[in-house]
Design a protein around this ligand. Structure first.
Ligand code: ADP
Length: 366
């Protein structure tokens, strides 16, 4: 049980201020579950818990009520509506058998005007409550955002799995035709194997992303040969999406030190992003340049271009925009792989339209 003068808000008051407070205070008792006030009630006074426990809650949706705080003996509640002169915005319910002091609004306001100590204590109380509420709200937002990211992630995986599965399904039909020639069967088998490889890569990607750092297993490879195999692998999907792949100049046959499996992922992510940006057909142009230090590869598309809201956070994990199935992981994975090779990755919009993604790979030290 707490006397009114020992309540958190009033312990700094002068004796005469306490006397006038005691004079206007009345006591009210509530059984468990009984409402002290509910949303929309007039803000006709503030309350101090003498004994028991009062829960402050709000309606989150039609059938869910959320408890914001619990006020024990000595705690104050209902002060906001008094100051704002607005109806109650939350509901106060006795969580235990409780007795509260009720302080009518007019008296509380006139006491605040007369007592700087009370005004300052009240300000501190409200500021502390806001801070607690913000903290609570922030944690909820982070939680909701995490769940949404997991949902986007799952949708994207399903989407990324569907493409190779579709190709496998179409190719199997071709393979099973009674009149399929041995050459056709061999080509279908190769196509299926490549798509299974892609699914495998995707799963590896997800595992690698969730595991963080990994080593880079690099071997000397001709860049042109590496690209040739990769384009053959991507071609069926580009055909399916009516995307034309164009080489502006030959790929350099320079020997680079590459982790072939991981660098394939960079290409596949960039090319598939470009096709996503061109839903009803378009052209991807590959451009290459080389100087004494590095080979630069550019992948230009004729799509929508990079959205302004993505410019600053393009390579950050979970940054995605304009895609129902986006996880925002693709470019962050590309950045990590390119940097593990000692290169850089960047992007820009072409003034003539579309996006240009570029990355550099260093030449091996002589
Ligand atoms: P996701 O594709 O899952 O969204 P990414 O990290 O691969 O994740 O891409 C992040 C975002 O960058 C995309 O959602 C898209 O808004 C933008 N983006 C990537 N590539 C292109 C492109 N070629 N043209 C336009 N926007 C692009």
């Amino acid at each position: 049980m707490v006397a009114l003068e020992s309540a958190e808000l009033f312990c700094l008051l002068q004796p005469e201020e306490l006397t006038s407070l005691r004079r206007v205070a009345s006591e009210q008792s509530f059984t468990v579950g009984q409402e002290v006030f509910r949303e929309g009630d007039p803000g006709d006074g503030a309350y101090v818990v003498k004994e028991g426990l009062v829960e402050i809650s709000g309606q989150v949706n039609q059938d869910k009520r959320q408890v914001f705080s619990q006020i024990g003996p000595g705690g104050v509640f209902g002060e906001m509506a008094v100051i704002e002169q607005l109806p109650r915005s939350a509901c106060a319910t006795a969580a235990l058998p409780s007795t509260v002091y009720f302080l009518p609004r007019a008296e509380v306001l006139s006491l605040i005007e007369r007592s700087p100590a009370l005004a300052s204590a009240l300000l501190q109380l409200i500021s502390r409550r806001l801070r607690e509420f913000n903290q609570h709200y922030l944690l909820e937002v982070v939680q909701v955002e995490r769940l949404a990211a997991v949902g986007r992630f799952a949708r994207s995986i399903v989407h990324d799995l569907k493409n190779p599965l579709n190709i496998i399904s179409l190719t199997t039909d071709m393979f099973c035709k009674a009149d399929a020639s041995p050459e056709l069967r061999a080509s279908a088998q190769g196509r299926i194997q490549r798509q299974v490889g892609r699914i495998n890569d995707l799963i590896t990607d997800i595992l690698q992303f969730s595991q963080g750092n990994q080593s880079c297993a690099r071997v000397p490879v001709s860049y042109a040969t590496f690209l040739e195999a990769l384009i053959a692998e991507l071609q069926p999907e580009l055909d399916l999406k009516s995307v034309h792949l164009n080489f502006a100049g030959a790929a350099p046959a320079t020997i680079l030190s590459l982790d072939v499996k991981r660098l394939r992922r960079v290409f596949i992510n960039l090319v598939l992003n470009a096709t996503d940006a061109m839903p009803s057909s378009g052209t991807i142009t590959l451009r290459f340049s080389q100087d004494a230090r590095e080979v630069v590869t550019e992948i230009a598309d004729t799509g929508s271009g990079i959205a302004p809201e993505m410019q600053e956070k393009l390579f950050q994990p979970f940054a995605t925009h304009g895609k129902g199935h986006g996880t925002g992981l693709g470019l962050s994975i590309c950045k990590k792989i390119v940097e593990d090779h000692g290169g850089r990755i960047w992007a820009r919009n072409d003034p003539a339209g579309g996006a240009v993604f570029a990355f550099s790979l260093p030449l091996p030290a002589k």
